[in-house]
Design a protein around this ligand. Structure first.
Ligand code: MN
Length: 290
């Protein structure tokens, strides 16, 4: 059974005690199993406080992240690549300490519009780092999943096929693919083939609408996507992502180009998405009876 999760930015743009407490309480109240925390500044993250707040709830936890220009493991600069490896190792350590099992997102580079295509050197650098980080992650019981994002947010790969090729070159089966319906809706030919192509190499799923607002109010073909997840017996996390100027994180809001308000009531949005996801899962489950 998949854990149904919610990205913390639905509830809070800050991750000190107050913000985290709010995110944990509201995620639980909206009916989710898991809280996904964006680890935007792993070295500044207060693990002890987060651990304490999570211990008071029965929520599972996961973390997502992207690297910065100073920690881009896809860079040609060895110092920057080294800083990136340290940041990823720190993030793995945090997830492990929090009792989480998943670290996902753009772990292979920066979430930004790159000025040109990825270089062979940058690709190889990022793959070398991920090969090493994956071994440490496996020892800590943490699974890495690389998120496939659209062309405006990465130049490394933009489709599931591209991610699988990249991972074939890495050659470590413990690293999985992370698919996000929002990005798939921009770059893929449909919502079924990528899931079938990834099959048991799919490790994490983000559910986002085409405009990243209320599920069902945009153009994403969720019916097909959930059918495909059922076809491959996907049982990893399924986390809802939505962004609005109603809740702002300085780094993430800018890199994701969140310029307008798509909702103002986090509780209503969160409950709606939880019901929406569970409803789709229930529907595809019954196909087995047909
Ligand atoms: Mn995503």
């Amino acid at each position: 059974m998949s854990d149904i999760g919610c990205h913390a930015l639905v509830w809070t743009g800050t991750f000190e005690r107050e913000g985290l407490t709010r995110a944990v309480e509201r995620t639980r109240n909206a009916g989710y199993d898991l809280l996904e925390i964006p680890l935007l500044r792993p070295h500044a993250f207060d693990v002890a406080t987060a651990k304490e707040i999570l211990a008071d709830s029965d929520l599972d936890v996961s973390a997502s992240m992207g690297l910065s220009d100073a920690t881009d493991i896809g860079s040609a600069d060895p110092e920057i690549v080294k800083a990136g490896e340290q940041t990823l190792n720190k993030a793995v350590e945090i997830v492990s300490e929090l009792g989480g099992r998943h670290l996902c997102g753009v772990l292979y580079g920066v979430l930004k519009k790159y000025p040109g295509p990825a270089t062979a050197q940058g690709r190889a650098n990022s793959q070398d780092v991920l090969r090493r980080v994956a071994r440490r992650a496996a020892d800590s019981g943490v699974q890495l999943s690389l998120e496939v994002v659209n062309r405006y947010e990465s130049n490394m790969f933009n489709t599931c096929k591209g991610a699988l090729e990249y991972l074939d070159e890495v050659g470590d089966d413990s690293i999985k693919v992370h698919l996000d319906s929002y990005h798939m809706n921009i770059e893929e030919s449909g919502m079924i083939a990528p899931v079938l192509a990834a099959a048991d190499r799919l490790g994490y799923v983000h559910i986002g609408e085409s405009h990243r607002g209320y599920l069902g109010s945009g153009t994403v073909d969720f019916g097909s996507f959930f059918r495909a997840l059922a076809m491959v017996d996907y049982d990893g996390p399924i986390a809802f992502e939505s962004f609005s100027t109603a809740v702002v994180d300085d780094i993430l809001s800018v890199s994701l180009a969140v310029w307008r308000n798509l909702w103002d009531d986090s509780d209503d949005l969160g409950r709606h998405a939880n019901d929406f996801i569970r409803g789709k899962l229930r529907a595809v489950e019954t196909i087995a009876l047909h």
